[in-house]
Design a binder for this molecule. Structure first.
Ligand SMILES: Cc1ncc(C[n+]2csc(CCOP(=O)(O)OP(=O)(O)O)c2C)c(N)n1
Length: 277
């Protein structure tokens, strides 16, 4: 089983750094891609795949595995990176990002080992995750379902239908993680269509809410370990993050939501990130 509850915080931080490096590697190979939302999610993905999720990389379809759905599918470079680091796919696949006939595309493809759901059209992951969680209940299975959402993505009304239905169903085996990086494709969420007061909205929809710094590994681990927060409610971790985290020119701006990656940009990004210790 993959879950390694013995991984130290420093080891998890090193995994997160490696995810960020592999995101840039994949995007550089393709020439472009979504860096901002991939980098903001890296610490959470490291904690999920190297601490929390019960998975078997050699048996990706293991019936009792936990399910992780990347609803903000445009961050697939980060998902591919962590799947390679965890051993679901070959490391060499990272150099095939967005290549013709590659399963590692701009958005997740369910045909790739470790990918639970093809996503990319925003606003569907939470409904799908609720269905999976209810399926687990019907089958008396103990696996958990976790869905990662983007803040811009929450402008899709389907999320709120799923949120309502999940609390009505008392789906405590469903967790949402909001990668709350405050920036969407064309600007800051607060200027485009604010989500605030985000925690109050989720509470009003019947969810148990925890707010954390989504780059603080200690806080991420505690938030995951303490799930579910209330016995008969779905939980949401509102993770405050920085879009483009780790590379100064890409931080907190929509300009690096999705961009070209010529050699000089790649080299600058890798130099800023540095090598894992
Ligand atoms: C239904 C739908 N509309 C539009 C898009 C194009 N799109 C891709 S990413 C994105 C912005 C998403 O913003 P956010 O959820 O904040 O993502 P993050 O900042 O975490 O990358 C948009 C509009 C899409 N993928 N799906």
């Amino acid at each position: 089983m993959l879950t390694n509850r013995e991984a130290t915080l420093d080891e998890l931080r090193a995994h997160a750094l490696q995810i960020r490096r592999n995101v840039w590697r994949a995007l550089h190979a393709a020439g472009s891609g979504h860096m901002g939302g991939s980098l903001s999610a890296a610490d959470i993905l490291a904690a999920l795949y190297f601490h929390h999720l019960r998975l078997r990389p050699s048996e990706p379809d293991w019936a009792d595995r936990d399910r992780f759905i990347l609803s903000k599918g445009h961050a697939n470079a980060a998902l591919g990176a962590v799947l390679a680091q965890a051993g679901f796919i070959d490391d060499a696949v990272l150099d095939q990002f967005y290549a013709y006939e590659s399963l590692f595309g701009m958005h997740p493809d369910i045909k790739m080992a470790g990918v639970e759901m093809s996503t990319g059209g925003l606003g569907h992951g939470l409904s799908i995750g609720l269905g999976v969680a209810l399926g687990a209940r019907l089958q008396n299975k103990g696996f958990r379902t976790i869905v990662m959402l983007g803040d811009g993505e929450l402008q899709e009304g389907s999320n709120w239908e799923a949120a309502m239905a999940a609390s009505h169903q008392k789906a405590a085996n469903l967790t949402a993680i909001l990668d709350y990086n405050k920036v969407q494709q064309s600007g800051h969420v607060s200027e485009m269509l604010t989500l605030e007061p985000a925690p109050d909205k989720w509470r009003a929809f019947g969810w148990a809410v925890r707010e954390i710094d989504g780059h603080d590994m200690d806080q991420i681990i505690s938030a995951l370990d303490e799930l579910p927060y209330v016995e008969d409610k779905p939980s949401i971790i509102i993770a405050h993050t920085v879009k483009g985290k780790g590379v100064s020119f890409a931080e907190d701006t929509h300009l690096w939501h999705n961009n070209m990656v010529p050699d000089e940009v790649f080299e600058k990004a890798m130099a800023e990130l540095g090598e894992p210790a």
